[in-house]
Design a protein around this ligand. Structure first.
Ligand code: CAA
Length: 381
């Protein structure tokens, strides 16, 4: 077995690394402080092919594979977790399902702008009463001739304010449960599509998280992604891929915290020696490096399975579970290594700690990942 990147994957990693270190890292702390969406660098990500890395070139994408996607995402997340989630949602949760389930016409209309970075996508599944229990959708899409009228509320939509198009999940047949859910591509500016609120958050402060309200919002049948009733499968398939992206994001955040801790352990002195010479600090660094590698390998494995066309849902859940828990542990320990300096905003580790927390929550909490893994182990369907 060989665990090494191909020349192309290494080239994409270098491209993402150079961009992230030169253009994103220097502005990350300020964006976090100001809670400002990074329009300019998101546009650059589009130009560099990072917004649709694994989408074929004929649809505006980079034509690369999922492994390339995760190595690039790690580099971006190491510099700024907000950029990483903007990129991850567009790639995994919107472009990928349109590529997988969309008609040629939908690919031309929606995928080409998203994958080339001219547009931005968001994924609207969560509702006030439907978080982990995502089948419990209350937003209705009622058919009216060749249109549907959408009515309901969506919460915690990453990219929600800035997105040009939203992938929205609705009930088209309440009696059919999860088989009565359908997916729609809804363009921003459609009458009845409102964005009343943008959340103020602990972390990922440069990415926007919005609430949507749909009031008799008329959407053409041509915007339905997949057959009527296929929406929950569209959502779950997208999230299987999305979880690989969030694992890569968690690895990137943790790597930033680990590298900062390593540098600090070399320069900071206590009891007359650099703190890296104290065994208790050495243990923390050794644990960080080991767990970081383990999380990256799980992430690469899930990505490689997806690329080979093999089942990857459980591998994605394992990668997301382990990487997000690891990121929380590593960023917590990074503050500990820095002592009081870790707790103040002059140093970046408190930002990494705040950014890491959400990776245990969105795209399925750690508890949901365990449920997905255990159901497979026990063959519970
Ligand atoms: N792929 C394809 N189909 C799947 C699937 C998958 N991974 N998982 C489930 N399904 C199918 C099932 O086969 C079943 O289909 P049939 O009726 O045809 O048999 C149907 O979906 C219903 O499945 P379950 O009975 O397993 O449904 P459940 O109610 O028990 O819930 C769950 C399953 C795994 C808990 C799911 O609800 C879930 O993943 N919850 C978490 C939701 C989540 O991740 N939300 C993230 C919000 S988006 C976000 O965070 C993005 C962002 O902004 C960054």
């Amino acid at each position: 077995m060989r665990i090494e990147l191909t020349d192309e994957q290494q080239m994409i990693r270098e491209l993402a690394r150079e961009f992230a270190q030169k253009e994103v890292e220097p502005i990350a702390a300020q964006l976090d402080r100001e809670g400002r969406f990074p329009h300019e660098t998101v546009r650059r990500m589009g130009e560099l092919g990072l917004m649709g890395i694994a989408i074929p070139e004929k649809y505006g994408g980079g034509g690369a594979d999922t492994v390339s996607y995760v190595v690039a995402l790690e580099e971006v997340a190491r510099a700024c977790a907000s950029h990483a989630v903007i990129m991850s949602v567009n790639n995994s949760l919107v472009a990928d399902p349109i590529h997988r389930f969309g008609s040629e016409e939908q690919k031309e209309r929606f995928l080409v702008p998203l994958a080339s970075g001219r547009g931005l996508g968001c994924f609207a599944l969560t509702e006030p009463q439907a978080g982990s229990d995502a089948t419990n959708q209350a937003t209705l899409a009622v058919r009216d001739g060749d249109h549907y009228a959408l009515t309901g509320r969506k919460l915690f939509v990453t990219n929600g304010r800035e997105a040009t198009v939203a992938l929205v999940f609705c009930q088209t047949d309440r009696d059919k449960g999860s088989r009565g859910i359908s997916a729609f591509l809804v363009e921003k500016g459609t009458p009845g599509f409102l964005v009343p609120k943008v959340e103020d958050k602990l972390g990922l402060r440069a990415s926007d998280t919005a609430e949507f309200v749909f009031e008799e919002c008329r959407v053409p049948e041509a915007n339905r992604l997949g057959e009527e009733g296929l929406g929950f499968k569209v959502a779950m398939t997208a999230l299987d891929g999305g979880r690989i992206g969030i694992a890569a994001q968690a690895v990137g955040i943790a790597r930033a915290a680990y590298e900062a801790s390593l540098a600090y352990a070399r320069e900071r002195k206590s009891f007359g020696v650099p703190i890296g010479q104290h065994q208790m600090v050495q243990w923390m660094l050794a644990d960080m490096a080991t767990q970081l590698d383990a999380a990256r390998l799980l992430t690469w494995r899930a990505a490689a399975l997806k690329d080979r066309g093999e089942p990857y849902g459980v591998a994605a859940a394992m990668a997301k579970l382990y990487a997000s828990e690891m990121a929380m542990k590593v960023t917590t320990d990074a503050i500990q290594v820095h002592g009081g300096y870790g707790y103040i905003k002059e140093y970046p580790v408190e930002r990494y700690f705040r950014d890491a927390k959400i990776t245990q929550i969105y795209e399925g909490t750690s508890q949901i990942q365990k449920l997905v893994i255990a159901r497979q182990l026990l063959d519970l369907g």
